[in-house]
Design a binder for this molecule. Structure first.
Ligand SMILES: Cc1cc2nc3c(=O)[nH]c(=O)nc-3n(C[C@H](O)[C@H](O)[C@H](O)COP(=O)(O)OP(=O)(O)OC[C@H]3O[C@@H](n4cnc5c(N)ncnc54)[C@H](O)[C@@H]3O)c2cc1C
Length: 477
């Protein structure tokens, strides 16, 4: 196993290739190693410590910016380290290798009556990558982050020690590695608890809201009786309509509420269809959106989406996969940005400042004529992980196109938005980040936290073998 990676006790380094962040804006030219065993990962770490190599760990490569690329060394792609090891149907506890994806996980679990407790808007992240960023989902306000469902894991620290971590043993590393942006070491085997479900469907309640205040009010009135809540915002709307959008609240069906549960729970009834209207291959869909990928076209698309959504406020049933992974419906949708690319700018704001801060963010983008083409809104709650980005309040994720022409202006805009976030005591999300500067990270996370993170880094990685372009940009420059 992994014999192609090694030549005796040295690495058999392949030719460098272009490795991209998901948004296609950042890339590095790096040789990529793909270990499929724990022994392979250990040996790579040991050689890197001996020979002074620099590595970045990479899962599914779904972080938008530069979290899983490394312009000064090798990429260790963990997607082949992907076996499901153990399953306990009674407790819903699963043990898996860290390269298992969310897709593998839900496809394994659904017919057994379980669903991952937290998923991202795409099913392609690995569990190791998702834990390194400690992802949140549309149920964050109730369920918290993915890390909260981890019962234990084994971790290979960068200096090569294998450590078992849970909430009682090696707690420092437990709370540090989860959300630790992949620079302390590598998740090996992960054990986590899944959520029981009784039906393959959830009940969705769509709601159009005329402005940001209405959206906030709906969230506040509904979050305690919802399992999931997500808002889409038309970022082009201004004046009295600023922040208008559509909300999709969803509630799990309880035992007895789905007479067809033995059918709806089947995997074959969850898989996203390969064609739209049974005719157009989904993989072509981005081509239809391509002509609209400019300010005018996206203003129109956002307007139509809002207007068409107004009369459809009747609840309906939808499959878990369809509701959770809407973005995967249109494979390669990011290609609409070609020949340019995209970034996502996501901020988290405390409850009391959310309305003012979000209004200022939306109007600032409009003033600069750099309006987000896709804006997604969520309700959040805090957690206890060391480098936590999340808090009781709201988050807004803004997708922006990047072109040669707008890049400098766009970066300048994000710097201005950073100031709005800081003055409102908000934070940023490393999984999405492309633009954050060290001084802003220090202010948002606190100088003490950042310094302590670097002290931990020296302790678990004295030779500095684990890096990423994100880590160098935000923590070392
Ligand atoms: C369309 C889309 C929608 C998304 N929606 C959401 C969302 O709703 N909520 C959310 O929170 N995020 C969301 N994300 C972000 C995504 O979930 C995170 O970036 C996640 O970390 C990606 O996992 P990955 O396996 O692709 O990891 P990568 O992007 O490859 O790597 C992420 C980090 O994990 C580290 N890493 C990878 N594997 C390991 C390992 N085994 N051990 C230690 N470190 C490791 C890497 O070094 C890197 O720092 C979305 C992304 C996309 C593209």
């Amino acid at each position: 196993m992994d014999s192609n990676i090694f030549q005796g006790d040295a690495l058999n380094v392949p030719q460098a290739e272009k490795v991209y962040g998901w948004g296609m804006t950042q890339y590095s030219n790096s040789p990529v190693l793909k270990p499929s065993t724990e022994e392979g990962i250990k040996k790579i770490f040991s050689i890197a410590n001996r020979d002074g190599l620099k590595l970045v760990l990479r899962g599914g490569g779904n972080s938008y910016g530069d979290a899983a690329i490394n312009s000064e060394g090798l990429v260790v792609d963990l997607s082949n380290y992907n076996k499901i090891l153990d399953w306990n149907e009674e407790t819903g506890t699963i043990r898996l290798e860290s390269g298992v994806t969310i897709q593998q996980l839900w496809e394994f679990a659904i017919e057994k009556g379980y669903w991952p407790p937290v998923v991202s808007g795409t099913m392609f992240p690995t569990i190791g990558g998702a834990l390194s960023m400690n992802i949140h989902g549309k149920n964050n306000f109730a369920a918290g982050t993915l890390g909260e469902y981890v019962t234990q894991f084994t971790f290979l620290t960068a200096k090569g020690e294998k450590v078992k971590c849970n909430k009682k043993e090696n707690t420092e590393l437990f709370y540090l590695a989860i959300g630790g942006i992949g620079v302390m070491g590598c998740f090996l085997e992960i054990e986590l608890k899944l959520k029981k479900i009784y039906s393959g469907k959830i009940r969705v309640y769509p709601k159009a809201t005329k402005n940001l205040q209405e959206m906030l009010d709906y969230f506040e009135e509904n979050y305690q009786n919802s399992d999931y809540l997500v808002g889409w915002i038309d970022a082009f709307a201004s004046g009295k309509a600023l922040g208008r959008g559509l909300i999709h609240k969803a509630v799990n069906l309880k035992q007895g509420e789905d007479p067809n549960h033995s059918q709806t729970i089947l995997l074959k009834n969850q898989i996203l269809p390969k064609r739209f209207f049974g005719v157009i291959p989904k993989s072509w869909m981005w081509l239809f959106l391509y002509p609209f990928t400019n300010n005018l076209g996206m203003k129109f698309v956002n307007f139509v989406k809002y207007v068409v959504g107004i009369p459809f406020e009747k609840p309906y049933l939808q499959g878990h996969a369809e509701y959770s992974f809407l973005l995967d419906y249109v494979p390669n949708w990011k290609f609409i940005y070609k020949p340019g690319s995209m970034i996502q700018y996501q901020v988290f704001l405390p409850l009391e400042n959310a309305h003012n801060a979000l209004s200022e963010i939306l109007t600032t983008c409009q003033k600069h004529k750099l309006v987000s083409y896709l804006a997604v809104f969520k309700r959040n709650k805090g957690d206890n992980f060391f480098l936590s980005y999340i808090m009781e309040g709201y988050s807004l994720a803004l997708d922006f196109p990047v072109t040669k022409k707008n890049k400098d202006k766009l970066w300048a805009l994000t710097y201005q938005l950073d100031e709005i976030v800081l003055k409102n005591k908000g934070k940023f999300y490393f999984a999405k980040d492309s633009t954050l500067r060290p001084e802003i990270a220090k202010q948002a996370y606190g100088e003490k936290v950042v310094n302590k993170f670097l002290t931990f880094k020296a302790k678990y990685d004295p030779n500095g073998i684990l890096q990423s372009d994100l880590f160098k940009r935000v923590f070392l420059s």
